[in-house]
Design a binder for this molecule. Structure first.
Ligand code: BES
Ligand code: MN
Ligand code: ZN
Length: 488
């Protein structure tokens, strides 16, 4: 388990700055205005900060950038960091400043003089998220980074504002750990166990085993897991923070490893399919954040946990399976398994909870990566207002999201000769036909959003708020969606 660093807010103590060890950071506005802490540091260092703000280096730095100065004279700290940031920064710039600090600070003590800078909790979120480091399987793991002390003019207000954001960081870390975890560690059983632990936060967690899934008629989901030694499971996480309104349902694809099954994937890059449970990971992280900050809303998370393996028991191309809904599916390609898992969990979610809205998340198609790369998650929906609410939430949280079209002509590509539908629609518009497949399992009156996160769940280079690997994309947007549309 990767735990976020602790971040404490205290009153500014100018006299403590001289002897503070480790890294000392201070905020300077783009206009070069020095606040009392910066003036004190300037005095201690015999005018270093005044020189810096006149220098080219400062002019060229962008809002949210960090400028480091090693072993400053006149003080105990090993490093002085200047964050270039306005008194009233945007959310994005505040987070960026925190992230910039996380990247340069080192692992020792950290003191940040933030004075009366606004959105300090957003800066702290950036610092927290960008400090993530997945070291569980490193045997030479050195100690984790020390916590941070942030000196501000109003520590109580900052502490309150931070509590909600800290819940988000916790949720994102939970997601990232799940997504980064290798498949021999994160089996379906282990995954269910980690979700069960959410009950400690007041989430009601139910684990459905294969017998129960069989009874419910989830044959499409079960067929995917048939070739694996790990038992298939559906985990239901209920957060009841609202009244008796219908809940928002979050449904996640949790393929703990996707070999492709009998339609085996090529060897190159197959190791990346440890992240094929990304949708379930985001649902888990969002539930954790929502529970941790005690959201006044009803939200239910449902994840289908399976492993897609080839074996003598595995389903074959050409098999016909019956979904819980009752529709039959011709499995043309066993590698289009995510939709087989989701269709049953989505149907179950609607039958059991009659949700006010349903969002499914899945690393569903390689075509999504081709279409939008790693910058935007794909958004598909049967409801403009619902889709727009999500797009707004994602934009507010800086998580790229882009809506793609759906339509009858795409749906027609799923026609099967021998069953009600086939599980693939051909190469053209692969992400859209996958969405159409899922759409067949959405009831007429259920507002629904499908998020194809194949390109954004885990990436090969650093992003603003995450080191390479799992990003946690979606946790912040889903939390914002709940906050802005389902609370009070
Ligand atoms: N898990 C994959 C999709 C994927 C690919 C996620 C790359 C992340 C990165 C999914 O199960 C899959 O294999 N999809 C197939 C569908 C095809 C057989 C219609 C694909 O995209 O090739
Ligand atoms: Mn697949
Ligand atoms: Zn898959």
């Amino acid at each position: 388990m990767t735990t976020p660093i602790t971040i404490d807010f205290t009153e500014t103590d100018l006299d403590a700055l001289k002897d503070a060890g480790g890294t000392l950071a201070v905020i300077v506005t783009p206009e070069g205005k020095l606040d009392p802490a910066a003036r004190r540091l300037n005095r201690l260092t015999k005018g270093t900060l005044a020189r810096l703000v006149e220098a080219d280096r400062f002019a060229k730095a962008k809002e949210g950038d960090a400028i480091t100065m090693a072993f400053p004279a006149g003080m105990a700290a090993d490093m002085l960091v200047v964050l270039k940031l306005s008194r009233r920064p945007s959310v994005e710039d505040a987070r960026k400043a925190g992230a910039s600090l996380a990247k340069v600070r080192g692992k020792g003590a950290l003191t940040l003089c933030a004075g009366s800078t606004n959105k300090i909790e957003e800066l702290a979120l950036g610092l927290s998220l960008r400090s993530y480091d997945f070291t569980d399987h490193k045997s030479d793991d050195s100690d984790p980074a020390e916590g941070a002390t942030v000196m501000v003019t109003k520590p109580d207000a900052a502490t309150d504002a931070w509590a909600d954001k800290a819940a988000l960081a916790d949720g994102v870390f939970f997601t990232r750990d799940l997504v980064n975890e290798p498949a021999n560690v994160l089996t379906t059983v282990e995954f269910a166990g980690r979700l069960k632990a959410l009950s400690g936060l007041g989430v009601e967690v139910t684990v459905l085993g294969e017998d129960e899934l069989e009874q419910l008629g989830m044959r499409a989901l079960l067929a995917v897991g048939h070739g694996s030694e790990s038992p298939s499971k559906v985990v239901v996480m209920e957060w009841k923070g609202g009244g008796d309104e219908a809940p928002l349902a979050l449904v996640g694809k949790g393929v703990v490893f996707d070999t492709g099954g009998i339609s085996l994937k090529p060897a190159g890059g197959m190791e990346d399919m440890t992240m094929d449970m990304g949708g379930a990971g985001v649902v888990a992280g969002a539930m954790r954040a929502i529970a941790q900050r005690k959201a006044k809303a009803n939200v239910v998370g449902l994840v289908g946990l399976v492993e897609n393996m080839p074996s003598g028991r595995a389903q074959r191309p050409g098999d016909v399976v019956k979904s819980m809904k009752g529709d039959t599916i011709e499995v043309i390609n066993t590698d289009a398994e995510g939709r087989l898992v989701l269709c049953d969990v989505m149907w179950y979610a609607q039958e059991k909870f009659a949700p006010a809205g349903m969002v499914d998340l899945a690393t569903l198609t390689g075509a999504m990566v081709i279409a939008l790369g790693h910058e935007n998650g794909g958004v598909f929906s049967n409801n403009d207002a619902f889709a727009n609410a999500f797009l707004k939430a994602a934009a507010a949280e800086g998580e790229g999201a882009w809506r793609l079209p759906m339509g009858q002509a795409y749906d027609d590509l799923l026609k099967s000769r021998i069953a009600d539908m086939k599980n693939v629609g051909g190469r053209a518009a692969g992400s859209i036909t996958a969405a159409q497949f899922l759409g067949r399992f959405v009831k007429e009156d259920t507002p629904w959003i499908h998020l194809d996160i194949a390109g954004v769940a885990s990436v090969k280079s650093d992003t603003m708020l995450a080191p390479k690997g799992a990003t946690g994309w979606g946790v912040l947007a889903l939390d914002r969606l709940v906050r802005d549309n389902y609370e009070g």
